[in-house]
Design a protein around this ligand. Structure first.
Ligand code: COA
Length: 439
């Protein structure tokens, strides 16, 4: 006899369509009753969808970025007593027969609606599985409340590394605080011995209202998430920024011509030319199209370019896939589509994954240069500022040229300064003479 049940999203009050920001379990994980299966986060709150029973996760039915509402199915779980029972009678490893009657679910109806007849076929093939009680204590899945998860995420703490002090290994806020304190004192000790480590003094606590009127506004979800990533990347990656300028006088004339020809169809901005030039440079200098993996460098054979998009809620980086196989018009259409999707808050986790190299363009706004922060695990990012007409010496006289400022930040563990200078020099050559894209 077997009991497989579906975990569903509980009552969310008036909220619906809330995005999944974290998957806390995967198939095969043993979980306790009320342990979080995934985290949902709206602008107002972060909440976990709990497991209605103790048992084993058979299937996770949602992915990051999915928007969920009350009653949506999130996972299929094999109930623990059933597993134990099967073990006790030494049941052979036979397929679970869901055609058998299913005992009523022990979980609250608001959380779980057992619907065995609706279970997908793969579940029927799950072999029986020996499991003892000790295994049911959460192991690799950190066991903590949503508030503690948010707290840990804001501090950049990986909950997998924190030991929970409560029953069943549940992690409390105090456990996270203890972990941070111990990490900081460990860091201090290491620094004192001259072997490195990040030593930070406490964040200044200031009552700003003592100095004048203030208003406090909560950070948006995107700001909190991107802030944590930016802080980690800035602190952990040795950044250097290489500055250069590209003469885009001819490119701009061509862009305007192309833009006029397609003005009723799509807007063509300098950014698509930068995507093409970046791909050419990534092909010529493969170390820039790489990621560090321990002591190895993973060199990517594909060219997916992330584009930093400014939205009212903060910065997001959707990815244009296979940019090497797309022309300027197709890239322009895709750029317009992902920018609109980003600003309409419709990007999914998948839209933002798999990037090789990011371009952050502030050219439409202004500025002469900036130092973009690398989007880990990538190893370089290109910042683009506003093109300006400047007098350029041609050996005989000054001529007016439209110059585009480039700011390339790179991970100095992977790329050295000479390679970065070659990369931007080559990009500038390509942008100055687009025929080089054909070479
Ligand atoms: N120099 C001069 N003008 C430029 C330019 C540049 N480098 N880049 C763009 N422009 C012009 C465009 O041609 C367009 O002109 P037009 O309206 O006269 O046709 C105008 O600036 C606006 O362009 P924009 O709408 O910004 O399009 P884009 O393709 O350049 O950029 C996005 C699209 C989505 C990247 C952009 O809107 C955006 O969000 N940028 C901000 C990224 C960011 O915040 N980065 C910071 C990370 S630290």
């Amino acid at each position: 006899m077997s009991e497989l049940i579906e975990a569903r999203v509980p009552d969310l009050g008036s909220d619906s369509g809330i995005p999944v920001i974290e998957l806390l379990v995967q198939p095969g994980d043993r979980i306790k009753k009320d342990q979080g299966l995934l985290t949902l986060e709206s602008d107002k709150a972060t909440m976990e969808v709990p497991s209605p029973v103790e048992g084993e996760v058979v299937e996770v039915l949602v992915k990051l970025g999915d928007a969920l509402s009350q009653g949506d199915r999130v996972a299929i779980i094999r109930v623990a007593e059933v597993i134990a029972e099967q073990t006790a009678v030494q049941a052979p490893a036979a397929p679970v027969d869901i055609a058998e009657p299913v005992s009523p679910s022990p979980a609250p109806a608001t959380v779980l609606a057992p619907a065995p007849s609706a279970l997908p076929t793969p579940v029927m093939k799950s072999p029986t599985h020996a499991l003892d009680n000790a295994e049911l204590v959460p192991g690799k899945v950190p066991y903590a409340s949503p508030a503690v998860r948010v707290f840990a995420r804001e501090l950049g703490v990986d909950l997998n590394q924190v030991t929970g002090s409560e029953r069943g290994g549940r992690i409390t806020k105090e456990d996270v605080q203890r972990f941070v304190k111990s990490a900081l004192s460990g860091g201090a000790a290491t620094a004192a011995t001259g072997t490195g480590g990040l030593v930070l003094i406490p964040w200044p606590q200031v009552d700003f209202s003592k100095f004048g009127p203030v208003v406090s506004e909560p950070l948006s979800r995107i700001k909190k998430l991107s802030g944590a990533n930016l802080a980690r990347n800035w602190a952990m990656i040795p950044h250097v920024t290489q500055f250069d300028e590209a003469d885009i006088t001819e490119m701009e004339a061509f862009r305007k011509k192309l833009g006029d020809e397609h003005k009723d169809v799509v807007k063509i901005t300098p950014l698509v030319f930068l995507i093409k030039a970046s791909v050419a440079a990534l092909k010529k200098f493969p170390a820039f199209n790489a990621s560090l993996d321990g002591e190895s460098l993973v060199l990517k054979q594909y060219f997916h370019i992330g584009i930093a998009v400014d939205t009212p809620d903060g910065l997001v980086v959707p990815v244009i896939r296979d940019a090497d196989r797309k022309g300027l018009l197709e890239l322009s259409h895709e750029l317009a589509a992902i920018s609109a999707k980003a600003r309409d808050k419709k990007l999914t986790g998948n839209d933002m994954q798999g990037g090789c190299f990011t371009i952050s363009s502030l050219g439409g706004i202004g500025g002469t240069a900036f130092t973009p922060i690398i989007n880990a695990p990538e190893v370089a990012i290109l910042g683009v500022s506003k093109a300006q007409t400047k007098p350029v010496w041609n050996g005989k006289e000054f001529t007016p040229k439209l110059m585009l400022p480039l700011s390339l930040s790179y991970d100095h563990r992977v790329i050295d300064g000479a390679a970065a200078a070659r990369f931007t020099t080559y990009m500038a050559q390509v942008l100055a003479d687009l025929r080089r894209l054909l070479v």
